[in-house]
Design a protein around this ligand. Sequence first.
Ligand code: PEP
Ligand code: MN
Length: 270
Amino acid sequence: LLDIRSGLNNHRVVFGGVELGKQLLLIGGHCTVDPKQPNKFYETADALKEAGVQALRGGVWKPRTNPYSYQGDAKALEILMEASRRTGLPVNAEVMDEEQLDLALDAGVHMLQVGTRNALNYSLLRQIGKKIAGRDTVVLLKRGRHLGPVNEFISAAEYIVTFGNPNVILCPRGTLPGLEGYRNHPDESITPLLKERTWAPVVVDPSHSVGKSTYVEACSMAAVAYGADGLCIESNIDPMGGLGDDPKQAITPEAFARLAKKCRAIWDLR
Ligand code: PEP
Ligand code: MN
């Protein structure tokens, strides 16, 4: 058992050329990769690389509240992987079931995301744990958005690592009910609690926490002040033209570059 609570197994996760804990990891990209506009994603990827991100994110299959909203498209997976080849950056995509998991692993997705809605889907967590055993795939496990104890979050991560691949990262992304004016209740402040109890790195998602592009920078800076090892941020060269959450919460690559500078300055003060 690779107990992530114990200090016995002080595993170091490496992703995007960054040893987590040694340097701030910045992941950026669209909420959703639009299969009809591949160039938009390639342009965002280039601009984000320029802004200093070490990895890209982009939703292929989306867990939408409304069944009539865009649900995703496996074509987006090819675009995501092409962006990875063009930039040399590893990529993150969410998987929600075994079929998506197999497609993502076959395509070479470097970081699998478990979203907030599946954060306690133990059969999915086990499938992921089993399939990534023996590979260097990393899992970004979002915190369940229902108010829950930190222990439940850590135990969910434990499901993945028990199968032998310890590359799991904990991702606070806000909880329900939302703080009035925010999309969720921002929870970057649980970072020190997580870090006290496990050796797993913490990468905060300020975008879904606050749900509004103009609040993302402050939440990011707070996360780094609280001890976060990295940030995963929705960003788009054309937020208003994006799919999914981007019109509300994506920041531009220029804003990302400013945020990165401020967050690195806070990192250096720690
Ligand atoms: C996302 O990252 O786009 C997403 C759907 O995240 P969450 O599961 O945190 O809502
Ligand atoms: Mn999103």
